[in-house]
Write a protein that binds this ligand. Structure first.
Ligand code: SAM
Length: 480
């Protein structure tokens, strides 16, 4: 059984930390039907929501969002949260926690790798979810019951992603959740009930996955209270109501933190004028689609920060240069001065980093560009006279001459063709599958791979334009 299948089956088999959930009409798929009124709770606790802003179904996402029913000027306060409303893991971060239940959670949290930080806060969320009379219940009960992140995809849809680096991450997370379930069981087996951190409930990979997804898709990394040395450390926090804002790369609102007091409050202010019926949108970060899908369960079309990952691999470069008709490069046998530059680029040597990227703002990762320029150069003098930054920059004039630059771009275009051919389907096939109608997870997987292929197509277009420009420059020079 695949790891994701195991999580799915334990999800359908048993939802120990769930109140039997069925969708209410106004808050579909939230943790409980007819959950307490979130806005009333926040305002009762001393928070503020601009009177024109309401929670509503969002056209931006499948779920809910915040929408204003009147025009709001730039700089207006939209939401204010007093310091005690955010849910964070701060109290367990130090080993000084006196409470034995908290110290059990802190010990469990220490076993979570840093990159899965969402699971740490997830433990606290699960604890509060299981606690009868939790202060945060009005917030937690309004959280979505399910998440569209790929750890919950059926195995077939994980394969449907067609992109090895993401498959690797999803499998890693699934494996972690299954292992962590066992680790928690072992850690709790000899505890007396009063020390058990999740009430009388068992924790399974599915509930751990729910908590990790709830946190990764809703928490913001913000400054925590001041440490004794006066420095604020970054702390992931769940911000009730603020986390109802959906994402945009051109947001109309932003989070502001009052940093200089101990009772720090969180605020959302209008970044620009917001029109009637507009959703309130925050920027979740300049992330690739890998992170949007893994952490938030959605994919951004034409995401300017998306890229594809390739391995810097001699055989691949040989195949690309051959396909491009670029003659006799030194890929497999770089001469010493080329080897030296490759080591400086950390593409050769003792512990090289062979992951390189195409797409995003750089178009071609500087290290790959510099390596190709150097490996395709036949003039050691010129190549050695340039600093690494110039060799890595696509905006610079061709540092090693027009002929070298054209050979580099042709090789890169061929590399893109090879990368595209690695996908089992073409964009056209994917689009017609989407038109036929597929399940939600299949749709997300297909959207994701369409975007990855589009990144490659965009890189090819951009390099082809540059090639044309170089050829026209060459003609002008020849004629001159
Ligand atoms: C912080 S919550 C925002 C509130 C959420 N829509 C809800 O119903 O509770 C983040 C989640 O909203 C959805 N979301 C936010 N921005 C989105 C966007 N631009 N496109 C699609 N889904 C989005 C995703 O499901 C994401 O995991």
């Amino acid at each position: 059984m695949s790891t994701s299948k195991a999580i799915m089956s334990s999800l359908t088999h048993m939802r120990p930390l769930t109140c039997a959930a069925s969708a209410s009409s106004s808050y579909p798929s939230r943790l409980v039907p007819y959950a307490p009124d979130l806005i009333k709770w926040v305002t009762k606790e001393g928070g503020f929501l601009h009177p024109a802003v309401k929670i509503a179904h969002s056209h931006h996402s499948n779920g809910l969002g915040l929408v204003t029913n009147q025009q709001i000027p730039t700089g207006t306060d939209l939401i204010i949260l007093p310091h005690h409303l955010p849910l964070s893991f701060r109290s367990f971060d130090s080993d000084q926690s006196q409470d034995s239940v908290d110290s059990v959670l802190a010990q469990l949290a220490h076993r979570i790798p840093e990159e899965l930080w969402a699971m740490k806060l997830g433990l606290k969320l699960l604890q509060e979810r299981a606690k009868v009379g939790s202060f945060w219940w009005p917030y937690i009960s309004n959280l979505p019951e399910t998440y569209s992140v790929p750890i919950f995809f059926p195995g077939e849809d994980i394969k449907n992603l067609q992109y090895a680096p993401l498959l690797h991450q999803v499998n890693k997370r699934c494996r972690f959740l299954l292992d962590f379930e066992q680790e928690i069981k072992r850690a709790l087996v000899n505890l007396t009930p009063d020390k058990y951190p999740f009430g009388d409930q068992e924790v399974h990979a599915s509930s751990l996955g729910w908590a990790m997804a709830a946190v990764s898709s809703r928490a913001f990394r913000l400054y925590g209270n001041k440490c004794p040395d006066g420095v604020h450390i970054e702390v992931p926090m769940m911000l009730p109501l603020i986390d109802m804002c959906n994402h945009s790369f051109s947001p109309n609102a932003r989070i502001v933190q009052e940093r200089d007091t101990d009772n720090m409050k969180m605020q959302v202010v209008a970044e620009r004028e917001i029109k009637e019926d507009d959703p309130l949108l925050l920027n979740y970060g300049c992330l690739s689609n890998d992170f949007f899908l893994l952490d938030y369960g959605f994919v951004v079309d034409s995401n300017p920060y998306d890229h594809i990952e390739l391995k810097y691999d001699i055989a691949l470069l040989d195949a690309a240069s051959m396909a491009a008709g670029v003659s006799s490069p030194n890929f497999s046998a770089p001469v010493p001065w080329q080897e030296l530059i490759l080591s400086q680029l950390n593409l050769a040597g003792e512990a090289p980093d062979l992951k390189v990227t195409l797409g995003g703002h750089e178009i071609v990762e500087g290290r790959l560009l510099a390596a190709l320029r150097v490996l395709l150069a036949n003039n050691m003098e010129t190549a050695q006279n340039y600093d690494l930054n110039t060799l890595k920059s696509l905006s610079a004039e061709p540092p090693l001459g027009v002929a070298n630059e054209k050979a580099v771009f042709r090789t890169l275009v061929a590399l893109c063709v090879i990368a595209l051919e690695h996908f089992p389907t073409k964009i056209m096939d994917d689009e017609s599958l989407l038109k036929q109608g597929v399940s939600g997870s299949t749709e997300l997987a297909i959207q994701f791979r369409i975007q990855k292929k589009s990144v490659i197509v965009d890189v090819m277009r951009s390099l082809s334009r540059k090639l044309k420009l170089l050829s026209s420059k060459e003609t002008v020079t020849d004629e001159g």
